[in-house]
Ligand binder design. Structure first.
Ligand SMILES: C[S@@+](CC[C@H](N)C(=O)[O-])C[C@H]1O[C@@H](n2cnc3c(N)ncnc32)[C@H](O)[C@@H]1O
Length: 447
């Protein structure tokens, strides 16, 4: 917590009675606090408020200029010539608290520095999510109200000590975040084949069909049944920026299309595949939604079968063509191991008609997680082990993002060597037969 929010909590500390609440009772957060105020004639109100903006009370949902009230709390029409400006008690406690700038302005407008007290009613609406949760959850325990947003869905990853309060936390997130109408909590680690989460709806509607926009492209999908990660938008954009009109993109683990759809919009021809029937369905839906269905041929198969079937069939003609071929493999837990599917893909003997086309071999962008100190070297070595060839000096490695402490997501990019596509085991420069290079000469594109 910042110093400022700690100070804020001093003033806006909700009543002790809310501690341990599991069913949200918004009225229980109401309280009256005494704040400093200054009396300003209405004819100079705007100018004075502007001059005192650094010391005025600032809190969403609260009016800082209020009418004066008589002793019994009713509006006093004889006092209509003045208004009260509520001040931040962290800045102003007495008439001497004003800085020279503010003091000069007050003098210039003929306003007395005298401080009054104002009884301010604070309600649930005036509190921030963190303040509410800090007041409710057991004292001293971590209050994390962070979430990822996917369309109307807020997606949380609550800790064990927060679980008894999960319904309340969900409701607070909905109340405090306009546009969020459903809050879910992840109930397992992401270890399913299809990379989707199991989730529990904590609050709001249970409609899981999200509508999102990423890099100007619209997607729709059932968030509970497919993979979607808003943190990959920069990486999707990076890869798409490498493509030229007419290129072919082979997306082996396409999900609902965040590489395939923008690539098709850029004028590329797409072969997109995903094993999850739900991803396949939403991929097709998104292709139509973005009017690029004629550019995308989609498949619902295992990635290796996809490479060794539809991709193998089309590759010779594509290599002979003049447009580039990009292969995208975003299944970071496994994709590096899937590279073995390219070994000997086009048969043991190089086709003589292709041998002059070395300039147009596929460019592979393959993702991998690494927990090693030298993540760059680790992912390259794993790619080499699957391809059974050295990539030394022939690849680049990009750090995509830090997934967890000591876990990086990396992308290895390289031109698929001819020796891999036409490999016979005896023809391979098998990496196990070569001394392992001490240092990979891979260009790091991260900075
Ligand atoms: C990490 S997601 C990436 C999705 C998408 N490319 C993106 O960037 O958001 C990996 C995808 O691979 C799919 N998948 C998992 N195993 C697969 C396999 N053996 N063959 C093909 N697709 C697979 C999952 O269903 C999931 O949609």
């Amino acid at each position: 917590m910042t110093d400022q929010s700690q100070a804020d909590l001093g003033l806006y500390k909700p009543p002790q009675t809310v501690r341990g609440m599991t069913d949200l009772d918004r009225a229980a957060f109401s309280q009256t606090v005494s704040v400093p105020a200054i009396r300003i004639p209405t004819n100079v109100l705007n100018k004075v408020v502007k001059s005192l903006k650094k010391v005025a009370l600032q809190r969403p949902g609260l009016k800082r200029v209020v009418e004066e009230h008589s002793e019994d709390g009713t509006k006093d029409s004889s006092k209509g010539e003045h208004r009260l400006l509520l001040l931040d008690p962290n800045n102003i406690t007495t008439a001497d608290s004003f800085g020279s700038e503010e003091a000069d302005a007050l003098k210039a407008y003929g306003v007395s520095q005298e401080i009054q007290r104002y009884e301010l009613k604070l309600t649930y609406e005036n509190l921030k999510s963190e303040e509410i949760l800090r007041a409710v959850l057991p004292e001293g325990q971590d209050v994390t109200s962070g979430f990822s947003r996917v369309g109307h869905i807020a997606h949380m990853n609550l800790r064990d000590h927060q679980l008894p309060y999960r319904k309340l936390i969900g409701q607070v997130i909905i109340d405090k975040n306009p546009g969020v109408t459903c809050v879910v909590n992840k109930t397992n680690t992401i270890d399913s084949t299809y990379r989707n989460f199991q989730m529990e709806v904590l609050a709001g509607e249970s409609n899981m069909v999200a509508k999102v926009r990423e890099n100007g492209v619209f997607y729709e999908f059932d968030f509970s049944r497919v993979y979607w990660n808003p943190r990959l938008s920069t990486e999707h954009e990076r890869i798409v920026s490498l493509l030229q009109r007419g290129d072919t993109v082979v997306d082996v683990f396409a999900g609902v299309g965040p590489f395939a759809i923008p690539a098709a919009r850029r004028g590329c021809e797409i072969l997109a595949n995903d094993l999850n029937p739900e991803s396949f369905r939403w991929l097709q839906h998104n292709a139509k939604l973005n009017k690029v269905d004629r550019k995308i041929t989609s498949f619902n198969m295992d990635g290796r079968d996809f490479i060794r079937g539809p991709v193998r069939e089309r590759l010779p003609a594509l290599i002979k063509g003049s447009h580039k071929i990009h292969v995208v493999m975003n299944l970071p837990a496994l994709a590096l191991e899937f590279l073995d599917a390219f070994r000997g893909l086009l048969g043991p003997e190089p086709d003589q008609s292709l041998s002059c086309q070395e300039n147009n071999l596929p460019q592979v962008h393959c993702y991998g997680f690494s927990k090693e100190d030298d993540a760059q070297r680790d992912v390259v070595e794993r790619a080499e082990a699957s391809l059974k060839i050295s990539l030394q000096g022939q690849c680049s490695v990009h750090l995509v993002r830090n997934v967890a402490p000591n876990k990086e997501m990396m992308c290895v990019s390289f031109t698929l060597p001819k020796e891999v596509l036409y490999s016979k085991h005896t023809q391979n420069r098998d990496i196990s037969e070569e001394p392992c290079p001490k240092k990979q000469k891979c260009e790091d594109l991260t900075d």
